[in-house]
Write a protein that binds this ligand. Structure first.
Ligand SMILES: [Cu+2]
Length: 137
């Protein structure tokens, strides 16, 4: 009798295990951001750090605009950030976001350079694996 009553429960458990993990990497729903306290042009950027890589190697923003980067770190127990440098030598820092330890999300806000050109962004602890062009137009 007990075995017969347990079977539906086991089936439910199996369905949940296969259906609830969502291991196909489907993206989370977009986050609505309607509060923008800054006047002027605002550029919103989504940036994900996963397995010691950014999900994009190029970010383009208008010169002088306010840049809002929604940064998601998906690496458990690993600290990543977003930092902007004048060029690939990474000697002159223009913006340095605080490190966050994954999995977590933060928002970085700064003003884009006034001068058009190609700048360099990276993750400070992993500047060789996690980097890209920050293009100001
Ligand atoms: Cu990193």
């Amino acid at each position: 009798m007990h075995a017969g009553r347990c079977i539906p429960f086991i089936i439910l458990l199996a369905v949940c295990l296969s259906g609830c993990t969502g291991g196909d990497g489907s993206p989370p729903p977009p986050v609505e951001t309607t509060q923008v306290p800054i006047t002027g042009e605002v550029t919103e950027i989504d940036l994900v750090a996963e397995q010691f890589a950014f999900d994009r190697t190029e970010i383009t923003v208008p010169a002088g605009s306010t840049v809002v980067i929604r940064f998601e770190n998906r690496d458990p127990g690993v600290g990543h950030n977003f930092a902007l440098y004048l060029d690939e030598t990474a000697q002159t820092v223009l913006f340095k976001g605080d490190l966050i330890t994954g999995p977590s999300t933060t928002t970085y806000t700064f003003t884009a350079p006034e001068t058009a050109g190609t700048y360099h962004f990276l993750c400070d602890p992993h500047p060789r694996q996690m980097k890209g062009d920050f293009i100001v137009v």
